[in-house]
Design a protein around this ligand. Structure first.
Ligand SMILES: *Cc1c(COP(=O)(O)O)cnc(C)c1O
Length: 444
């Protein structure tokens, strides 16, 4: 069905018709036809959750990705639509009661703000310790945690085509300026990079930078191609567009321009890596999703896949094995399996670390070495990215073997360490050092 001879610059040859981007936010909840068939009680529950956590879904996800006959268990429904369990019972009851009582909007907003504040909106020191400074001034739309890589949040990329219910950046999308990371202009990024020749990678992230018009994205990225930024070797774009709006690369009005931008970045000698978020192999099934992958690959850009392990969505080795295998077949490199972060709806999605490692291992065992490139399960915690390497026994003590694969301090990178075995722990702060030690090495 797909035409292998497609010239990436000639969109007229694609068999896909242009589609208008149609999106629903919490306010248009009741306009989604499929939801009208659900019981009123379930819809009320969803409205309560959507008043606290961000909600936004588009017609493509509704029509092409969700299997409505399997709702509510369908993984893509769980990925995009609010569920009652996503709020702790005390938070849910508080908001639900206020809504039933019809309290004044101002009072309701206050309750919602309090619930949000209790959900650890900015985990792992994002607001305090990752924001870099230049001449003593903080640069609000940048994060620089690991020596080689600067994260850049262009302000017009701080939404997504649809929101993920588990999103660890959910606080970006609830309309509170104090909670938001966003750069107004590129000039501060450029000044910072001039002062930091050790930075080899710029990761453009959000939100989703691929909600931006190509001309705006080009304005952000083109300056990096000039000789003074020779030290920036790799440009990474973090995106969920390959899942939520593959039309972005195929049939959008500026899809060809985007593809041309990818070509230009590489013509300037940079490596371009599309860091694509995937949670389920189903996201790779639609023909247009595969066409988008093909067009990106035709530019020479590399697509790497990452995403968290999530209860209700993908806590099953068979799902990961099929995801990785399909990615490899489509020319995507599996890159990271993350542990769900300690924020937002984490209690709904979290999987114990020991179980996460079992799922990772069982999935790895089902694929060949080519598909075993995903690192993980990895916790993006305050000191760094911590990988769970497995459960073992040392001198009669059952332990979790861990490894720091990224560190706030570069000297920590690739250090192995050990924690007491704990079947219930879901995050680094639940773990205690093994062998009777007081502290982990990075706490000293
Ligand atoms: C994961 C991450 C990176 C990139 O790490 P790699 O291992 O190089 O992919 C950079 N910055 C932050 C804050 C991260 O969480």
């Amino acid at each position: 069905m797909l035409n292998p001879s497609i010239n990436v610059h000639d969109i007229s040859q694609t068999p896909f018709a242009h589609q208008r981007f149609k999106v629903y936010t919490a306010r248009q909840f009741d306009q989604i036809p499929q939801l009208q068939k659900l019981p009123e009680e379930q819809r009320f529950d969803m409205r309560v959750v959507a008043s606290v956590l961000p909600f936004r879904v588009n017609q493509y996800v509704i029509d092409q990705l969700i299997d409505w006959s399997a709702v509510p268990d369908d993984p893509i429904f769980q990925l995009t639509f609010p569920q009652r369990g996503m709020l702790a019972p005390e938070h849910f009851d508080r908001v639900a009661q206020a809504m039933r009582d019809g309290v004044e909007q101002e009072q309701l907003n206050q309750i919602i703000a309090e619930v949000r504040a209790a959900l650890n909106p900015h985990p792992a020191g994002q607001m305090e310790d990752n924001v870099p400074h230049l001449n003593g001034e903080p640069i609000p739309g940048l994060q620089h945690k690991y020596r080689e890589t600067v994260l850049y949040f262009p302000s017009s990329g701080q939404v997504c085509h649809s929101y993920c219910t588990f999103c660890f950046r959910w606080a970006q999308f609830v309309g509170d300026k104090d909670l938001k990371i966003a750069a107004k202009e590129t000039s501060q990024l450029l000044d910072y990079l001039r002062a930091h020749p050790e930075v080899t990678d710029v990761l453009v992230t959000g939100g989703d930078p691929l909600v931006m018009k190509t001309r705006n994205l080009r304005a952000c990225l083109e300056p990096l191609l000039s000789p003074e930024f020779e030290h920036v070797r790799t440009i990474r774009i973090g995106t969920k567009a390959l899942t939520f709006w593959p039309q972005r690369f195929v049939t959008d009005e500026d899809a060809d321009d985007l593809i041309a931008l990818f070509v230009d970045i590489q013509a300037a000698g940079k490596h371009l890596a599309i860091l694509s978020h995937y949670n389920h192999w189903r996201e790779l099934e639609p023909a247009i999703a595969r066409e988008a992958i093909k067009r990106i690959r035709a530019t020479g850009a590399q697509i790497r896949a990452q995403g968290p392990l999530l209860a209700h969505i993908n806590d099953d080795p068979a799902v990961w094995a099929r995801l990785w295998q399909t990615q490899v077949e489509l020319g995507i490199i599996p890159y990271y399996m993350f542990v769900e972060r300690d924020t937002g709806a984490r209690h709904y999605f979290e999987v114990p670390l020991v179980r996460a490692w079992e799922i990772y291992r069982e999935a790895m065992q089902q694929v060949s070495g080519i598909a075993r490139t995903a690192r993980g399960p990895s916790m993006s915690s305050h000191p760094g990215k911590v990988e769970i390497q497995g459960v073992t026994e040392i001198n009669g003590e059952k332990v979790l073997a861990l490894r720091m694969i990224q560190g706030r301090n570069p000297d920590w990178v690739q250090r192995p360490f050990f924690a007491q075995y704990d079947e219930k722990a879901t995050w680094l702060n639940h773990l205690k050092p093994a062998f009777g030690e007081e502290k982990f090495f990075f706490e000293e």
